[in-house]
Design a protein around this ligand. Structure first.
Ligand code: CO
Length: 491
């Protein structure tokens, strides 16, 4: 376990300026399609396949600013690696809301995270028609390219052209407006496991399992007491595990048009976090759902989970409290020093005694954790994440972090002072059995040129610096999640 750095961190010069960081929150309205020719270093010749990214492409509608980046319309960025070259394409998901607002040239919908239609509460009262923005993740599964957003059904895209084809309902197993989260997991048997949250005073959690053909082979639902704000989950061989963050939801200000659903959620420091353990696979018919408790904390993303005998081990990025979205705040003026950092924690759960132990593994502020895709739900050694440049402080993500759980050591590649990182994707080297033998690919916003780079790192050795930096012709606003497929899409 790491110890904290000396208390004089406040004296360290900041690794960034807020102005540089804000540049990554400007809209990208244009759609591009080109071979990348401005490259530092060399693209590995055995790196072959397609990197897919999703995130808010627009942070304003025709100059009217959105209240929070999470309300921004989904834009897919695609980087295809083939024969030592790379091709870039980006395209907006043509959701109903995107098309309507682009046509109208103004905000027509309320956003989950505080974007309101102009005109104050009178214009927003009783308008519960939230815009489906398809902005959180993008996966290629069962021959289908799907843009995911946790509160509604996926959008189906043409993987060659990124054209939007409509919504995906998996042969009618998913119903209209039914949720399908943005955090699916692929288990070691090649099944895609995903969930849906139907919030309310009590919450329904639905779990889907899909085969490699993209068909839903099982769907089970469970009623959970209380309101749930759950963005991610973890799976093991026998369980799906959810952390019910201690929050209270007051729907009245939202219904009255005074605030968004995101703003109506309040963190409860005096309430425990509940850990919901739902059996899957062969255990599903025989075991009951368990609900255990641990200390208050807020989790957006988990790293991984696995079973050892009667124990389940879960690694997560945990915040001491939730950063609440205030109605009159400006996210671009975030005071990072005032917010609690996301840090790497481990939870040990004993299924016999129902005892939960937790401890801090590392205090560096980090987010968007990833691992080798073959280790999902299994014991593992290495994790990677976007991270702050300096230890012990809360700051924007400027580094890519590697943590060795076996040795307790870390490595950091940093784009500071003017670069800002995002989620890294781990791409295993073809035919290698070594856990960290592969590449980390991440989009880095470079404030100096107001453009983004596709940065390729050697996952085994971050210290040797970038293998290649592919300079795009433009910036890409800070994104959320993405994935990699060995398929080649360049049309
Ligand atoms: Co997420």
């Amino acid at each position: 376990m790491q110890t904290l750095e000396p208390e004089n961190n406040q004296l360290l010069a900041k690794s960034y300026t807020l102005k540089d960081w804000q540049g990554g929150y400007e809209s990208l309205t244009e759609e591009f399609d080109y071979w990348i020719d401005d490259i530092e270093g060399e693209i590995p010749s055995d790196l072959s396949g397609t990197l897919l990214r999703n995130g808010p492409g627009l942070l304003d509608i025709n100059g009217q600013r959105l209240h929070h980046p999470f309300d921004g319309d989904g834009m897919i960025s695609r980087v295809t690696f083939t024969n030592g070259r790379a091709h870039f394409r980006n395209r907006f998901v043509q959701t109903e809301g995107y098309l309507a607002e682009q046509k109208a040239g103004k905000i027509l919908y309320r956003g989950v995270f505080g974007t309101e239609k102009p005109g104050g509460w009178l214009a927003n009262i009783f308008d519960l028609n939230i815009k489906h923005i398809a902005n959180t993740n993008v996966i290629y599964w069962g021959g289908k390219l799907l843009a995911l957003w946790e509160a509604a059904e996926p959008y189906l895209l043409n993987p060659q052209t990124l054209e939007t084809l409509g919504n995906e309902y998996f042969d009618g197993v998913l119903s209209k407006k039914e949720a399908f989260s943005a955090h699916p997991k692929i288990d070691p048997h090649g099944k895609l496991v995903n969930f849906a949250i139907k919030p309310g005073l009590s919450t329904t959690i639905t779990i889907f399992e899909l085969n490699t053909q993209g068909k839903i082979t099982s769907k089970q639902s469970h009623q959970i007491k209380g309101f749930c704000f759950i963005h991610d989950f973890v799976i093991t061989e026998n369980y799906c595990i959810f952390f019910q963050n201690p929050v209270k939801f007051n729907p009245l200000p939202y219904v009255l048009g005074i605030s968004s659903p995101g703003q109506s959620i309040k963190f409860q420091t005096n309430q425990p976090t509940k850990i919901i353990i739902i059996p899957r696979g062969e255990k599903a018919p025989r075991e009951k759902v368990r609900v255990l408790e641990t200390e208050a904390g807020f989790i957006f993303h988990h790293v991984n989970a696995f079973e050892i005998g009667e124990e389940i081990i879960i690694d997560s990025i945990c915040y001491q409290s939730l950063i609440e979205v205030e109605p009159n705040s400006d996210y671009r003026e975030t005071d990072f020093d005032k917010n609690s950092p996301g840090q790497l924690w481990r939870f040990n759960i004993n299924l016999s005694t129902h005892k939960v132990e937790n401890y801090l593994i590392n205090d560096r502020a980090c987010e968007f954790p990833v691992i080798h895709p073959h280790n999902v739900g299994k014991s593992y050694r290495y994790l990677y994440a976007g991270a702050a440049d300096q230890k012990g402080v809360n700051a924007p993500l400027q580094g890519i972090f590697k943590y060795d759980l076996e040795l307790g050591t870390e490595q950091l590649w940093s784009a500071a002072p003017r670069g800002f990182t995002s989620e890294p994707i781990f791409v295993p080297r073809p035919n290698s059995q070594i856990e960290d033998d592969g590449w980390l690919i991440t989009l880095v916003y470079d404030a100096e040129y107001h453009r983004s780079d596709v940065v390729i790192l050697d996952a085994a050795n971050l210290a040797k610096g970038a293998i290649a930096k592919l300079h795009l012709k433009h910036h890409i606003p800070y994104g959320l999640h993405g994935s990699f497929t060995p398929e080649i899409f360049t049309a």
